[in-house]
Design a protein around this ligand. Structure first.
Ligand code: FE
Length: 212
């Protein structure tokens, strides 16, 4: 069965003024949809038609000649995950176990924000993503290029921010820093990150959703 564009978990105008309805119309309705459409075309008539998105990502990762499928599948997965990282009620601070992990591994929430902001604005050259992940039992901030994704590297993603130009250019032009600040200050869905931390041994809610 072909993959379908998942609905956003909020209305397209729900994140204004931090992320505009126009940005989401293009980002979700055009860009994300195009990745899914191209993936469906690429796997039509192959055994991968019945696979989960995660399985396609894992299978195509790093294989010569599979870059196109990996890029479409990776971007389809990354965007599904990204929408759940945003919330009209986002921002603030995490609590519980996630708060303790952040203090243990970054020093403080503010130090985490600085590390994430630096990675998003300085370590993504060209198109890519910045992530909060669990690796070897500790939290880390990592950036990936193009369609690359932590699920292809044995890391468990808790949060991500899309740093492709299409994610911010309509609202912030070249001001990446203000986009990252809006994410960390007003949009980030800590409850989703906490859920992913609690479920890190299994596939997690968004990962199951993206894979369905
Ligand atoms: Fe994007």
């Amino acid at each position: 069965m072909a993959f379908e564009l998942p609905d956003l978990p909020f209305k397209r105008d729900a994140l204004e003024p931090h992320m505009s309805k126009t940005t989401l119309e293009y980002h979700h309705g055009k860009h994300h949809k195009a990745y899914i459409d191209k993936l469906n075309e690429a796997i039509e008539g192959t055994p991968r038609e019945t696979w989960s998105l995660e399985r396609i990502v894992a299978d195509a990762a790093g294989k010569s000649g599979e870059e196109f499928v990996f890029n479409q599948a990776g971007q389809a997965w990354n965007h599904s995950f990204f929408w759940s990282c945003l919330s009209p009620d986002g921002g603030g601070a995490p609590d519980g176990e996630l708060s303790e992990w952040i203090e243990r591994d970054f020093g403080s929430l503010d130090d985490f924000r600085k590390a994430f902001r630096k990675a998003a604005t300085k370590k993504v050259f060209g198109s890519g993503w910045t992530w909060l992940v669990v690796e070897d039992g500790r939290l880390a901030v990592v950036s990936t290029s193009d369609a690359d994704t932590p699920i292809a590297h044995g890391q468990v993603p808790l949060l991500t921010l899309d740093m492709w130009e299409h994610a911010y250019y309509l609202d912030y032009k070249n001001d990446k820093g203000s986009f990252v600040d809006a994410y960390l200050g007003d949009l980030v869905n800590w409850a989703f990150a906490a859920e992913n931390l609690a479920n890190q041994e299994d596939e997690g809610p968004a990962r199951r959703r993206a894979a369905s």
